[in-house]
Design a protein around this ligand. Structure first.
Ligand code: SAM
Length: 280
């Protein structure tokens, strides 16, 4: 089943959180001269039009990135995200949204490389086309969960893996944990980030419990809720679970999440957490 299309959701509050965390991790990896490998297991198409039928239908980006776009009080660690989006919106109007592969590829240096996988038959050709001419970037129509077995460890021994499945199949909640176990066995010093939605809290807890059972240390959980947990339909919160996070990430997120909560959830129903699932 591949019915999830990210074009309906691009730039929503969950993308804002995910992509800020992603950019902060990439920035910290670039503090060292040595190259690294970026792996995006569930890439999507890379670039989205916010004027598309899909975006207009849901209007999700209006309660996400659009709430940050014209602000003049952005904290520096949020400004890096808006600056990255400005590069594909040269007119100054917010018309396009950069997905995780495009944000990452923008950041790569000569010595860095990327592997981007996407399984959807309509989305993969768009992803391939977006990066066809970019050096050091491979696009693959493959199962992203399998990538961690075949691509790790990277020859540079430095790497960042983003795992961002649609969770339309309940088994994704187990598959992310299995993928991490596989990856970690091969490459224990890599940085891994799992994105998750909170639709039903018990599903999210399955990931957390699964990760605790692996025995892996240094796992940080970052979450932004727009509403309290509920058993009604719909996503109330989303988060990123980061294994081997850069040392600054915890403090950076604690500093910017109050701002993001205030700006993204002006209704006042939002909340945030940054917690260690397992410390060092
Ligand atoms: N990471 C993207 C971003 O932040 O811009 C969004 C990705 S979207 C949440 C999930 C994507 O995974 C969809 O485009 C879907 O077609 C794709 N997908 C679903 N199952 C997959 C699998 N097993 N392997 C690779 N891609 C898959």
């Amino acid at each position: 089943m591949l019915s999830y299309r990210h074009s309906f959701h691009a730039g929503n509050h969950a993308d804002v959180l995910k992509h800020i965390v992603q950019l902060l991790i990439l920035r910290s990896l670039k503090e060292k001269e040595k190259g690294f490998l970026y792996i995006d297991t569930h890439s999507g198409v890379g670039r989205y039009s916010l004027l598309s039928f899909e975006s207009e239908k849901t209007g999700e980006y209006l309660e996400g990135v659009a709430r940050l776009w014209e602000r003049d009080d952005l904290p520096e660690d949020v400004a890096i995200y808006i600056d990255a989006l400005k590069k594909i919106n040269r007119s100054g109007k917010l018309k396009y949204y950069a997905g995780s592969p495009l944000l990452a590829v923008q950041q790569l240096r000569e010595q860095d490389s990327a592997i981007l996988t996407e399984l959807h038959p309509n989305d993969f050709p768009l992803l391939r086309q977006e990066f066809a001419k970019v050096k050091n970037v491979q696009t693959k129509r493959e199962n992203g969960f399998q990538q961690l077995k075949s691509a790790l460890p990277p020859k540079e021994r430095r790497g960042f893996v983003l795992i961002d499945p649609p969770y339309e199949l309940k088994e994704d909640y187990e598959l992310v944990v299995k993928a991490i176990e596989e990856g970690y066995k091969r490459f224990a010093t890599g940085v891994y980030a799992i994105w998750y939605p909170v639709v039903l809290r018990q599903h999210t807890k399955r990931i957390v419990r699964g990760l605790i059972d692996t025995g892996i240390r240094k796992i940080l959980q970052i979450e932004l809720a727009v509403r309290p947990d509920s058993d009604q339909r719909g996503m109330t919160a989303s988060g990123m679970i980061v294994i081997n996070p850069p040392w600054q990430l915890e403090a950076q997120m604690k500093k910017i999440l109050p701002y993001l909560t205030k700006v993204l959830v002006p209704e006042g129903t939002g909340s945030w957490t940054v917690e260690w699932i397992t410390p060092e």
